[in-house]
Design a protein around this ligand. Structure first.
Ligand code: AMP
Length: 193
């Protein structure tokens, strides 16, 4: 069965790391990270990349219409191919959530999982990881946008009975086990050989 599982959580909550591991460990699971897509575009100097670069460096959000087009283009072939998509970094605003609903067939949006890690801990994790946009000011701005723009999506998915909350603290394998259990409740998982 093909479908989309949205992975929500503050920046630095471990979404990217955990999703990459899930993709590696299970057949037919594809990790789509909009942050990775934009960073790749910036590295290859495409029109999208050039536009996104300064926005990302400042910790602001790329405009909804641009993001929705980019995601639709990436997702359509995946949705037709029958895989399970772990969507990391999208939707980030209510407008993006509405766009995702339109993009997925009825029943194709399988649910959302929220990796819960508090602000203090994600700030420390991001400063330690030291990515290009992980400056103190950039981190503060991204976390502020998370609270104003993205946190309302937690209510959006909860109202639809689609949200599973996961404790994102502890070791990487501990969080992986919790996440696998939650996702396994939404879609059958088969270990890769
Ligand atoms: P991330 O790796 O998900 O934290 O994304 C890094 C940066 O890419 C963000 O700070 C935004 O500037 C941009 N970005 C990623 N996904 C989105 C999105 N869905 N909407 C708008 N901007 C995004």
């Amino acid at each position: 069965m093909s479908g989309v599982i949205v992975v929500l959580g503050r920046q630095g909550s471990g979404k990217g790391t955990q999703c990459a591991l899930l993709q590696q460990r299970y057949d037919g699971v594809v990790h789509v990270s909009t942050g990775d897509m934009l960073r790749d575009a910036a590295a290859s100097g495409t029109a999208l990349g050039r536009r996104a670069e300064a926005i990302m460096a400042a910790g602001e959000l790329v405009p909804d219409d641009v993001m929705c087009d980019v995601v639709a283009e990436r997702m359509r072939p995946l949705l037709d191919s029958g895989v399970t998509v772990l969507l990391d970094g999208f939707p980030r605003t209510p407008a993006q959530a509405a766009s995702l609903t339109k993009l997925t067939a009825p029943g194709g949006l399988l649910g959302a999982v929220l990796l819960e890690v508090d602000v203090q801990e994600v700030s420390e994790r991001m400063l330690a990881r030291g990515r290009h946009d992980d400056t103190a000011a950039g981190i503060a701005r991204r976390l502020e946008l998370y609270e104003t723009q993205t946190a309302p999506l937690v209510a959006w998915f909860t109202e639809r009975g689609m949200l599973k909350r996961i404790d994102g603290t502890g070791t990487l394998p501990e969080v992986f086990d919790r996440l696998t259990a939650a996702i396994g409740g939404l879609v059958p998982l088969r270990l890769s050989r």
